[in-house]
Write a protein that binds this ligand. Structure first.
Ligand SMILES: [Zn+2]
Length: 342
C-alpha cells in the first residue's frame, strides 16, 4: 500500500509500505477514507524536536475510514462500518479513560507511529478507540468527520479546559485549524464574546464564520493589552492557547483575568514559565494532548446533524501521493489544513 514517510526534516515521500495486519486480538484494520497533515507534523518537518526521531518515520495520526477487518476480541465495531478515531488509541476502560483523559490512557498507543497518511491503518484497542457513524457518510461530511479526529477535538478540549460557557468571554491565541475550531467550540458551548487573535485575512474570515465576535491582530504584550482594553482592563475569563510557543503561552496567561482559565493545547516547544508571572496571574492552567475520544460521540452527532461544519477548515485537498506538497503548503501557510485522499 501507499503511505507517507518522513526521511528527515523537509523530506516527505510517499512510497510502498507494508500492508498492516492484525497484530493483537483487539486491533482493527481500516481502509483510510481521508487523512491529513497536522500542525504538529510541521515540527519534525522543520527539524524541531527531532532528536529522538528514528528516520524514516511513517507519518499521520488523523484518520477516518471503513473497517476492513477486526481482531477476535473486537466487539463494538465491525467490517463495513465507517469509523473515526483519534491520535491516541485508548482502551476507554481504565480509570484515567473513565475520568475523561483517554490521551493519558494507561494502555495508550500513539497512532502517529503507525502512520495514518496511508491507504490502510492498524488501529489498536479498536473497541476503545473507534467510534462508528450511524451509516456511511455522504461525501460532504468526510472533511468534518476527519476534523473530529484531531483538530476539532483538540480545539474543543481547549475551549472546555478554558471553561468556555454561557456568558463567558473567550479569547483564542492561534489561528491555525485548532485555534479556529476552539472558536467554533466556544460558540457551541455558549460563549457570549469570542475574541480570535489573528492577523491573516482568510483565517479571520473563517474565525468569524465559526463565531468570533472580535478580532485582535496584535501579538505578545500588545495582544495582551488589546484583550484587556476589550474587557474593562480585566482580561478574558477563558483563553485558549493553540500555538505552543513561549510568546503564545505568556500571551494567553497575560490575557486571562484573575480566577480565569487557560486551556493550552498547542504542543509546547521550549516553553518555560516564569514563576513570578505565574504566581501573580491567579489563573487556572489546564491542557495537554487533548482527550479527543471523550468528545467524539458528541462531535460526530453534531456533524451528522449538520449543526457544525468544521470541515471548512480544510482549504486544500490533495491525493495521498501529493503528501510532500501538502506539507509544503502547510509549512508555508498557504493552506490552513490539507486533506489527503488515499
Ligand atoms: Zn484507558
Amino acid at each position: 500500500m501507499r503511505g507517507a514517510v518522513m526521511y528527515g526534516p523537509g523530506d516527505v515521500r510517499v512510497e510502498e509500505r507494508d500492508q498492516p495486519k492484525i497484530v493483537d486480538a483487539t486491533d482493527a484494520i481500516i481502509r483510510v477514507s481521508a487523512a491529513c497533515v497536522c500542525g504538529s507534523d510541521l515540527w519534525p518537518y522543520r527539524g524541531i524536536g527531532v532528536e529522538d526521531v528514528i528516520w524514516p518515520a511513517p507519518m499521520g495520526h488523523e484518520y477516518v475510514g471503513i473497517v476492513e477487518e477486526v481482531g477476535a476480541q473486537v466487539e463494538t465495531v465491525e467490517p463495513g462500518q465507517f469509523v473515526v478515531g483519534s491520535f491516541w488509541a485508548s482502551d476507554n476502560t481504565c480509570e484515567i479513560c473513565r475520568a475523561g483523559y483517554q490521551s493519558a490512557c494507561i494502555n495508550r498507543v500513539p497512532m502517529g507511529a503507525l502512520g495514518a497518511q496511508a491507504e490502510f491503518l492498524r488501529v489498536p484497542l479498536a473497541d476503545g478507540t473507534l467510534v462508528a457513524t450511524p451509516d456511511i457518510p455522504d461525501d460532504d461530511l468526510l472533511a468534518s468527520l476527519l476534523s473530529a479526529s484531531d483538530v476539532l477535538g483538540t480545539g474543543w478540549f481547549g475551549a472546555v479546559a478554558a471553561g468556555a460557557g454561557p456568558g463567558k468571554t473567550v479569547a483564542v491565541v492561534g489561528d491555525g485549524a485548532v485555534g479556529l475550531h476552539a472558536v467554533l467550540a466556544a460558540k457551541q458551548l455558549g460563549a457570549e464574546r469570542i475574541i480570535a487573535m489573528s492577523r491573516h485575512e482568510s483565517r479571520q474570515r473563517l474565525a468569524r464564520e465559526y463565531g468570533a465576535t472580535e478580532i485582535v491582530e496584535e501579538r505578545g504584550d500588545a495582544g495582551v493589552d488589546r484583550i484587556k482594553e476589550l474587557t474593562d482592563g480585566l482580561g478574558a475569563e477563558s483563553v485558549v492557547e493553540a500555538v505552543g510557543t513561549q510568546e503564545s503561552m505568556l500571551q494567553a496567561i497575560g490575557a486571562t483575568r484573575a480566577g480565569g482559565r487557560v486551556g493550552f493545547v498547542g504542543v509546547a516547544h521550549d516553553v518555560a514559565l516564569p514563576g513570578m508571572e505565574l504566581f501573580w496571574s491567579l489563573v487556572h492552567l489546564h491542557g495537554g494532548p487533548a482527550p479527543v475520544r471523550r468528545f467524539l460521540p458528541e462531535l460526530l452527532d453534531l456533524i451528522w446533524k449538520r449543526e457544525i461544519d468544521p470541515g471548512s477548515v480544510f482549504d486544500l485537498e490533495l491525493p495521498l501521493d501529493d503528501a510532500p506538497a501538502a506539507y509544503e503548503a502547510m509549512d508555508q501557510r498557504t493552506a490552513i489544513k490539507v486533506l489527503l485522499q488515499p
